[in-house]
Design a protein around this ligand. Structure first.
Ligand SMILES: Nc1ncnc2c1ncn2[C@@H]1O[C@H](COP(=O)(O)OP(=O)(O)OP(=O)(O)O)[C@@H](O)[C@H]1O
Ligand SMILES: [Mg+2]
Length: 262
């Protein structure tokens, strides 16, 4: 069953066509990859999926507890339906502790109402305690429990990325979008991350869509890969299929040629 359907999705910025008439489906429970050269439109695609940008044309349909079409939905609404993400440039509250960063994820998700928190009724404390416990569990899953009292800014880059994933999980997503989760990680950290993503997909019953330049991670973990180039979806398929697709090879070779002449 498709949890995400994208129809004729485009986004232009002035004269630039960042995303050009994309049609695709992601199946529930899948780990899907979005790859492509720099500037191919991958992050813009995530920004469309999460309501940060509105589409110039087309539609995004989520099959969650109900069918949600993204037309004119604000980012917090989309997040509330269970779409959570991390950012290419890590976005954390750097002066706050690791634990508090995760707790912020829960606060957007609390079940008690504003009034009970205002009057500090028992429901508030119960919620607070439960969130703390769950946040600690998440930090344990991500291997960050020992660092819970450190300031986020003092974590190495790779751990900041993991903390961002922990915070995204705290919002209890159904779909988790990761924008270059392995960026800045060494090969061993990338290997550990691959395992981690596989585990959280299973344990949290997630659909995962990830943008990544690290091909070892992508080819290892993704069941389906979508290849973007100049905003267009030029290929899709299994890792084996896209690796052997002439269009894909051409797009990547083109990039290397540009690098060589730069
Ligand atoms: N807010 C914006 N205003 C103008 N142009 C934009 C905006 N956001 C993205 N673009 C342009 O859209 C194109 C796609 O950018 P995007 O960031 O989506 O690429 P990407 O595939 O994520 O690249 P990278 O791998 O480098 O992260 C680029 O040409 C970029 O300059
Ligand atoms: Mg990007």
């Amino acid at each position: 069953m498709a949890i995400l359907t994208v129809k004729n999705l485009s986004r232009t910025f002035g004269g630039i066509v960042a995303v050009a008439d994309i049609n695709m489906e992601v199946q529930k429970g899948q780990i899907a990859g979005v790859i492509g050269p720099n500037g191919a439109g991958k992050t813009t695609f995530f920004n469309l999926l999460t309501g940060i940008y509105t589409p110039s044309t087309g539609e995004i349909i989520y099959e969650l507890d109900r069918t949600v079409s993204n037309k004119n939905l604000k980012p917090h609404k989309i997040a509330g339906y269970g779409i959570s993400r991390t950012f290419q440039n890590v976005r954390l509250f750097k002066e706050m502790t690791v634990l508090d960063n995760v707790l912020l994820g829960y606060h957007s998700n609390f079940k008690y109402n504003v009034l009970s928190s205002f009057f500090r009724l028992p429901a508030f404390f119960k919620g607070e305690e439960k969130a703390r416990e769950e946040a600690m569990d998440l930090l344990k899953v991500m291997g960050l429990l020992e660092k819970k009292d450190e300031l986020a800014k003092n974590l190495p880059y790779g751990e900041q990325r993991k903390l961002e994933i922990a915070r995204a999980l705290a919002t209890k997503p159904k779909i988790l979008l990761l924008d270059e989760p392995a960026a800045g990680m060494n090969p061993q950290e990338t290997k550990d991350l691959t395992k981690l993503i596989r585990n959280i997909r299973k344990d949290f019953d997630l659909t995962v869509i990830l943008i990544e330049h690290d091909m070892s991670l992508v080819m290892d973990i993704c069941e389906k890969i979508f290849v973007f180039d100049y905003g267009k979806l030029i290929a899709q398929g299994t890792p084996y299929e896209v690796q052997n697709n002439p269009e894909v090879i051409k797009a990547y070779l083109g990039e290397e040629e540009q690098d060589a002449t730069a």
